[in-house]
Structure formats: C-alpha cells, structure tokens
Write a protein that binds this ligand. Sequence first.
Ligand code: ADP
Ligand code: MG
Length: 508
Amino acid sequence: SSVQVAIRVRPFLSAEAGNARCVEIVHHNGIRIGGEQGAQFTFDFCIGGNSTAKANNNSNTQHYVYQTCVEPMTMSCLAGYNATIFAYGQTGSGKTHTVLGGSTHDTEGILPRALRDLFARLEQARDKSNGTHNNCSSNDSADNEEKGEEKMETNENANSNFQFEVRLQFLELYGEEVRDLLSSSMTKLSIRDYGNGGEPEVVGASEVVVSSPEEALLLLERGSFRRVTGATAMNSASSRSHAIISMLIEQQCSTSSNNENEEEEEVEIKRSKFHFVDLAGSERQKRTGATGDRLKEGIDINKGLLALGNVISALGDPKKSQPGKKTFVPYRDSKLTRLLKGSLGGNHKTLMIACISPSASNMDESLCCLRYANRAKNIQNNAVINVDAGSRKLAELRAQVQLLAKECLRVRKIAGEEEVDEKDGVLTLHVLTSLAKGEDVDVQKLQPTTTTTATKNLSSITGTSTSSSASSPRVNDNRTMSLEHNAEFFRMRDASRHLEDKVQSLAQ
Ligand code: ADP
Ligand code: MG
C-alpha cells in the first residue's frame, strides 16, 4: 500500500490579519497554490483553507481530521498492523496543534483521540471476552459481530480470553541526539539496528505501561515539558526538535475449546506499534533570523529533514526506481531516518500530514511543503499483520540463536578471549558450544541485563491465566503448555539479542 498524504491548511492567525490567501482547496483531494494560474496538486485528503465555502471551513476540526484520516489507522493497529503518522511543515503551520492539540474536548489533537479510541475498543473486547462464549477481536465491525454470533451457535464450547497491554514511548531527536522524554535523567541513547527487515530500536528507552488514556496523556504532558523549545523570530515557542511518540500495543487472545472431552488451547499474540512523529519546522534557517546556538540547531535539524527528504525521493521518485533493480535508500544518513526506516518503505501503514499556512507571506514554504508531500505519495510500503505464529517463529529464533552462538565463538577466538568465562557470566564457552550445536540450554538463564521488558510484559499479561491454571492443573494443562511456548519465544528473542550484543562488543 502506498503512503497516504493529507494536507491541512490552518486558519489565518491574528498576526497574519490582512495578509492575502494563497491556497485554495479545489475539491476534497485537490489543492491549488498561487492563485487561478497557480500549481495544482492532488492528495489523498485536503483539509481546510477555503474562505468561500463555509462547509469546508467547518470540516477543518480536530474531530474531522481524526475521523477522516486517522481512525482507519487506529483500526489497522488493532488488527495488528504497525502505523505511523508524520506531521510535516514549517514552524507555525499547525503540526503540534494537529498531533497534540489543545486541552479541551474540541481542540485535542489526533494523538489523544487515537489513545481514547484505542483503549475504548480494547476494553470493550476484553469485557466481551470475559466469561462469555465469543471470538475475541478488538476491531469488530457490525458485520463481524454477526459472524461472531453465528460462530457462537456452531461452537458452544469455545471460550476465549482477551488481554492487552499498551506501553508508551516518548523520544526526542535533538540534532543527532536521541533523548528519552519519559525519563528524568534524559540520558543520550543509541540506536541498535536489526538486520533483515527488523526495525531499529533505541537501546534502553523507557517503555511505560499505561492503563488508561489519561495516564498516557499525563506522561506525555510531563515529557513535553522536557522537550527542548526555543524562541525564534517565526514562532515564540517553536520546537527545535523532532518528537516521536509511540504506543506499543500487545494483544493476547487465548481460545480454548472442548471437543469430545479434549481441551484445546490456542494462544495468539498480536503486536503493533503506533508512531506519531511531530517533526521540527521545515523552514530554511535564513528566514527565522536565528544566530549562534539557534543557528546551529537549525542546521542540525535540517540534517534530519534533509535525510528524510532524500529517503523520500529515493523511495518515491519513479525515475530513480528501475524495474528489477534495488534502489539505494540512504536511511543511515541521520538518526531520524534510521528510526523511521519501518515507516518509509517498510512494515508500516503510513500517513503524512503536511501542514501549511494559508498566508501569501508563507507561499514559498508552502509550495516547498506541497512538493515534498507530493513525492511521499509514491512510496510503497509493505505492511503485514504482526501475529506470532507460535512454532514457526520459535524455530526461526532457535536457528538465529545457534548462528549467533557460532559467530560469538568465532569472534572470541579471533579476539583471543578464550579465558573470559568468569567475566561473561552465563555465556561460558561450554554454554556457547552447546548453543552452537543446537542443543537445549536453559535459555532463561541467558536473560540479558538490559532487555528484560519483553519477558516481564508477558508475565504481566499471562499472570492471571497461569495462576488460574495452577489452581486447576488438570483442565488447563494445554493452556499452560501454550503459554510456556510463548514465554519461550520471548526468552529466545532476548537470548538472541543478548548474543548479538555480545558479538558486537567482542568485535569492537
Ligand atoms: P507547529 O507545531 O507547526 O510549529 P503549531 O501547532 O504550534 O505549529 O501552530 C501554530 C499556531 O497556530 C498555534 O497557536 C496553533 O494553536 C494555531 N493553529 C494551528 N493549526 C490550527 C488549526 N487547524 N486551527 C486553529 N488554530 C491552529
Ligand atoms: Mg510544533
């Protein structure tokens, strides 16, 4: 599916009173800039900016933006897809207003709206699955519900249990530094890449479990205070950094059915990410009147945006892509593009909201923004539902662990570190040799010191089910088995990451 692009034209600000209008929305997906003879562009959505048509003005509300372009993304996330929404545009064009918005019901942005929608649907799915005979799904449409009832009639003994967990991450990219806005220490973090389609991750970034939209919004508010802001001539509270807010959603559905007195249990885990990216202003630093440190910031920020532009044109320019040939995409040129690799050309459904000012005084910037957005339209992503197909995944991970153990042994040999067993804790020569042979080693003992969240999360999700199976072990034997299966999946994943770290640190 291609990247979707929405243009949002904000209303005139009081400071722009008396300025001429330079953009007109010509229909729901067409926009013209620079008067009757001006350039015309087509996008998936064009919102706001028409002084003559009253109806169009009314549709430039936060609710309208959420409903038309964001709600479908929320639904995709619940179905197990990753999703990303970028806000792009010059400082003062309405990016933060669109993403976070104001504090009242009417003015809050797409992020708070998505959070509320997400929790409401997840809670509804959980309540529905509680003790009832049903199939669990967090994005039932009306006709799905009808099918659910049909299923209920045909399989009287099917019972499902739905659990979910939402974690929040809030990062800031300031120049080429990654900061954790959910942590008071504000340490600089590094990015770790995963080969073969894996998305890069920020090592040690806080992932805070949130149990309600309000809790998440409070964390975001605190984090926003930490965000670096500075005054420039264009906007007195302009953000000089990129912000990436992510919701990490984990949904677990276990279905047990009793067929001819045999208990059968299936556990399915869906994991999806929902990124909201509030980019720094796209204006060229000449106009902002910035000097000194502010000027340096301007240059650093533009490095990220410049790299983003290059990635977009590598992916989106039909002239550059030749059939059968892989185009080089310069993701690695900036931290911003490294982090957003999945969102551009990867396993995400992506929406870019390009924000522009209606004022003729900003026409050059607005035209640049429309051209930039126009290239993004052509990007093809390949989003898939992220569901753990139990055994297949586990087998892959086993193979990966084996491979990494071999690599680790090889690097140790080169580094002449045969005698480092003591220092390495559990990764002794003996353990590595067994892993390299593909023998079973208690992977739980290989728990890395840094990446333990996954395992912790799993136990918090499965906590209730495992304790109930302890009280009635006979009936739940199968359930325990499959839950352990999932726990093993996480342990293998952690082990594989730990080994990867080890190989990297040895290789240095
Ligand atoms: P950016 O984040 O792109 O620098 P802001 O979101 O801070 O810009 O918007 C600049 C100003 O314009 C703010 O005062 C904001 O409230 C106002 N604004 C932006 N978009 C809209 C809109 N769609 N409706 C009303 N006011 C808006
Ligand atoms: Mg802003």
